[in-house]
Design a protein around this ligand. Structure first.
Ligand SMILES: [Zn+2]
Ligand SMILES: [Zn+2]
Length: 197
């Protein structure tokens, strides 16, 4: 019963205050990258059918960088913030840029310069801007970041707008979180949910 009440409370306080509330004993996962893998498969099928890439790695450490390609592992990584808070077009541009690096590597090995002639040619094939960086405005993301900590007495998640030295849970306990996990609502899923970023 307590959990139910807590959820009702959280919905209400979310709607009206949007800065401090507690949510159920939820597991907060990484944002889902399945649709990115599907998108990459579709692109490779057309442009580089023999190339197979491992699943995209979602990185919570990447802050200023939104995507990367590691040739030794053929690994594309994208920022969890991009995945959780970027719009589809942002994600698409970053992913295609990294796919272009992967295709250049598959065709020419390590010889070409990172954003040289070969890269530009592949970008043209993929119909993306042959730029060194993908412009994604990330300022608006900051407003959507929240911080979560678990109450060590009742196990509820406590969500705040800032990392606070302590927080009061609705169970009445005062907790002093050692660390707050950055989270965000995801818009990419039908059901309202929170993800780690
Ligand atoms: Zn690049
Ligand atoms: Zn509690």
């Amino acid at each position: 019963m307590a959990a139910k009440i807590a959820l009702e409370f959280s919905k209400l306080s979310f709607r009206f205050r949007q800065y401090a509330f507690d949510i159920e004993q939820k597991v907060i996962e990484k944002p889902k990258s399945r649709f990115v893998d599907l998108m990459i498969d579709e692109i490779l099928k057309i442009h580089q059918p023999k190339l197979q890439l491992p699943q995209v790695r979602v990185s919570r450490r990447m802050r200023s960088t939104l995507g990367s390609y590691m040739p030794s592992r053929k690994q594309i990584a994208i920022s969890s913030r991009l995945l959780a808070m970027g719009d589809d077009e942002d994600v698409r541009e970053v992913v295609l840029h990294e796919v272009a690096h992967a295709i250049v590597h598959a065709r020419f090995g390590n010889k070409p310069r990172a954003h040289g002639r070969e890269f530009k040619a592949v970008c043209k094939e993929l119909d993306i801007e042959p730029k060194r960086y993908v412009d994604v405005s990330t300022e608006k993301w900051q407003m959507r970041i929240r911080y979560a900590a678990r109450c060590n007495f009742c196990n509820l998640l406590i969500v705040r707008k800032r990392r606070m030295p302590f927080a009061r849970c609705i169970c009445g306990s005062k907790i002093y979180p050692k660390s707050w996990q950055a989270i965000s609502e995801t818009e990419r899923r039908q059901d309202f949910d929170w993800v780690m970023i």
